[in-house]
Design a binder for this molecule. Structure first.
Ligand SMILES: [Zn+2]
Length: 278
C-alpha cells in the first residue's frame, strides 16, 4: 500500500451532497450512460473533512479509510454495477456495513472519469506515455470513451519500455505481426519490425475495443486487461496490443480528481493504492 497526500490547507468541511454536485458538474457525469451510478453511492451522513481516494472501493480501501479517520472515499470503481444482485448481502453487504458503521460516504465516478479530456484516465495515461491525443476512438458518439493519440514513430520495444517506466510494471505485448510457420518455427512471431505512431488508448477492461482501434487505422492499441481472444484479434487485425493492467491504467484519474477537490475546498485528500496486479 502506498499513499500520496495533497497538502492540507485548512480544516474545512463540506456536505457529501455539495461535494458530489461539484464533481458531477466538473466531470459532466449526467451526460454518460454508465454501468453503475455516478456520484454519491453511499451516504455516510456526516460532513466531509478528510477524503481517501483509490481505484476500487474494496474492503482494504475501506479499512484504510477507517484508519485514516476519513469521512468519504472517492473511487473509480464503486458499487451497484448493472447485472449484479440487488441485495446488500455477502461481500457487498460486508463492505457497505463497514462504511455505514463508520459514517463514511462512498462517491464513485466510472466512465466520466475515464473520458474527461483533462483529468480522465485516458488523458492522464496518454500524458504519462508522452502521447498526444488527437481524436476520439469512437468519433460519432456524443460522449465517447477512448482516444487515438500520436507519437514520434517508435518500435514496440521502445513503447514497452515507456509503459514500464510510467506504470511501474511490464505490459504484456502481443505483436500484430504473426504468421503460423509449419516447418521451421511453428507459432513464431515473424518479428517484422514496424514503427508505431498512431496509438489507440482506452484504460481498464476495454480490450475488445481493439477492433475499433484497428478500424480507425491505429498501429497499436493500449488497454488494461487481456482476454484469450485479444491475442487472436491483434494478430489477425495486424495491430500491436499492450495489456498494461486494469488497475495500473486507472490510478491517475481519481488522484487528479482528488487534487482538484483538495484545492477547491481545502479538504485533506489522500490517495491510497491498494496494489492489484490485474
Ligand atoms: Zn475500470
Amino acid at each position: 500500500m502506498t499513499a500520496h497526500d495533497t497538502p492540507l490547507s485548512a480544516d474545512m468541511t463540506i456536505t457529501a451532497q455539495a461535494l458530489t454536485e461539484f464533481c458531477d458538474d466538473y466531470l459532466s457525469a449526467s451526460a454518460f450512460k454508465d454501468y453503475a451510478p455516478n456520484g454519491l453511492q453511499v451516504d455516510g451522513g456526516r460532513p466531509i473533512r478528510r477524503i481517501v481516494t483509490g481505484v476500487t472501493a474494496c474492503e482494504a480501501l475501506i479499512d484504510a479509510a477507517i484508519a485514516e479517520d476519513a469521512d468519504a472515499i472517492m473511487v473509480h470503481h464503486g458499487y451497484f454495477w448493472k447485472g449484479e444482485p440487488m441485495t446488500i448481502t455477502g461481500m457487498k453487504g460486508q463492505r457497505i456495513r463497514k462504511l455505514m458503521q463508520h459514517g463514511i460516504s462512498l462517491i464513485g465516478y466510472h466512465l466520466p472519469l475515464d473520458a474527461h479530456p483533462k483529468i480522465g484516465n485516458n488523458a492522464k495515461l496518454a500524458e504519462m506515455l508522452g502521447l498526444t491525443i488527437t481524436e476520439a476512438l469512437y468519433p460519432h458518439e456524443s460522449h465517447p470513451v477512448g482516444n487515438i493519440a500520436t507519437c514520434p514513430p517508435q518500435s514496440a520495444e521502445s513503447l514497452t519500455q515507456t509503459i514500464t517506466q510510467a506504470l511501474g510494471r511490464i505490459p504484456l505485448h502481443i505483436s500484430g505481426h504473426y504468421q503460423y510457420l509449419a516447418d521451421e518455427a511453428a507459432d513464431a512471431d515473424t518479428a517484422v519490425p514496424k514503427l508505431l505512431k498512431r496509438i489507440g488508448i482506452c484504460t481498464g477492461g476495454a480490450q475488445d475495443m481493439i477492433e475499433q482501434a484497428a478500424a480507425m487505422g491505429c498501429d497499436a492499441y493500449i488497454s488494461g486487461e487481456i482476454s484469450e481472444r485479444t491475442t487472436h484479434s491483434a494478430r489477425e487485425l495486424g495491430i500491436d496490443y499492450f495489456a498494461c493492467g486494469h488497475h495500473a491504467t486507472e490510478r491517475a484519474g481519481i488522484q487528479a480528481l482528488g487534487d482538484i477537490v483538495a484545492q477547491q475546498f481545502g479538504l485533506s485528500v489522500r490517495f491510497i493504492d491498494i496494489d492489484n496486479p490485474a
